[in-house]
Design a protein around this ligand. Sequence first.
Ligand code: FES
Length: 72
Amino acid sequence: MYVCLCVGVTDGQIRDAIYDGCCNYREVREATNVGTQCGKCACLAKQVVRETLAQLQSTQAALPYPVEFTAA
Ligand code: FES
């Protein structure tokens, strides 16, 4: 679903930015340019960021051990 029509950013792109390391809305905005034109999408974009971060935190909390990724 398109979140930002001015720049053409989808909720999937926002989630991908978070999976790639963005930790808050400001970092997602810098990575995707979401909300940098008219700003009408900022509220929905922040909601997607909040939901995705909460989902990641609950997923991490469900694991019995900390997850670490290393290059093979
Ligand atoms: S709809 Fe996102 S900046 Fe205008």
